[in-house]
Write a protein that binds this ligand. Structure first.
Ligand code: NDP
Length: 301
């Protein structure tokens, strides 16, 4: 089993973005701008958002966090998005999901200007992905494809199971891998004989949000495992069961551990796997920077 090292591949992307931002600054006198809008105080979202902000600053992108109270009205939130749409210093806008339950997520997202849709949430962006006409791709699915490409993993003709059908991960990655000539099956909570599907897979992309869900007897020898899940574990017995030695040591220091949707016993049967942390999460944030630079260039042609 070989690790698909998201930290390393992301580092290379980040270096390239940093160089490109410096070149763009020299050429145009401007730098790309990214705004993340976060509503409410979901602790996981706050961690993601602060890592995006830190990385943007590191690569020279002008990062702006719009932190709005959970009590903000729908009209005010829409007004904020429309203001950002008009702001020429903002090239990419990301509305951090999930939004608090009182909001109609699609109504809010539909207010985003398609040219600033940095994580490809809008129907227009999704349509372009399905039609294989997209210039940028949603950050997490794009991170998955880039890490597989980086390790020269052949996708064509492979049986791929995508576990989870969210519009953020499952559906777009299924379309993207279909366009790369994989044979893709999407599985979800209503799938019959899930184990049978998983056992037949050459590549499994797990994005369901259940810690250690996929265990060794669900996968075949030599499978390639891509673990998108980010789950927080607070109980020592769960950490001992699911996590690596390194993670167990970290748990003793921090009092919690982060793990994916795939159990460590399944990794042992794989030919390649992405770890959590240090896998797709790192790729996702790096691609966000890359997408922001792309939108800046499109808007400054
Ligand atoms: P959602 O939480 O929106 O959806 C979960 C999906 O899993 C649904 O399609 C659901 O099926 C399916 N599912 C739930 N339980 C089962 C089950 N027992 N058997 C089979 N399928 C099941 O997914 P997200 O894509 O938003 O997130 C998934 C995970 O990925 C989370 O841990 C999240 O934190 C992580 N994530 C990580 C990112 C990264 O950067 N690494 C980025 C985005 C997400 P159904 O549709 O039938 O309900």
């Amino acid at each position: 089993m070989e690790i698909l090292d998201g930290k390393l591949v992301a580092k290379n992307i980040i270096e390239e973005v940093k160089t490109e931002v410096a070149n763009l600054k020299e050429k145009t006198g401007k730098v790309p701008g990214l705004t993340v809008v976060i509503v409410g105080e979901d602790p996981a979202s706050q961690v993601y958002v602060s890592s995006k902000d830190k990385l943007a600053n590191k690569v020279g992108i002008k990062s702006n966090l719009e932190i709005l109270s959970e009590n903000v009205s729908e009209a005010k939130l829409i007004e904020k998005i429309e203001e950002l749409n008009r702001d020429t210093d903002v090239n990419g806008i990301l509305v951090q999901l999930p939004l608090p339950a009182k909001f109609d997520t699609w109504k809010i997202l539909s207010k985003l200007s398609p040219e600033k849709d940095v994580d490809c949430f809008l129907p227009e962006s999704v349509g372009n992905i399905i039609l294989n006409r997209a210039k940028i791709f949603p950050c997490t699915p794009s991170g998955i494809v880039k890490i597989l490409d980086n390790y020269k993993i052949d996708i064509q003709g492979k049986n791929v199971i995508v576990l989870g059908r969210s519009f953020i991960v499952g559906k777009p990655i299924a379309a993207m891998l279909t366009n790369r000539s994989a044979t893709v099956t999407i599985c979800h909570s209503k799938t019959k004989d899930l184990k049978g599907h998983l056992k037949n897979a050459d590549i499994i992309i797990a994005a369901i949000g259940i810690p250690g869900f996929i265990i060794d007897d669900m996968v075949k020898d030599g499978v390639i495992l891509v673990d998108v899940g980010i789950n927080r574990l607070d109980k020592k017995e769960e950490v001992l069961d699911m996590c690596s030695e390194k993670q167990i040591k970290l748990f003793d220091k921090k009092g919690y551990a982060i793990t994916g949707d795939i159990h460590k016993t399944a990794f042992k049967k794989s030919s390649f796997y992405t770890p959590v942390p240090g896998g797709i999460g790192k790729m996702t944030v790096a691609v966000l920077m890359e997408n922001t630079v792309h939108l800046f260039k499109e808007q400054n042609r």
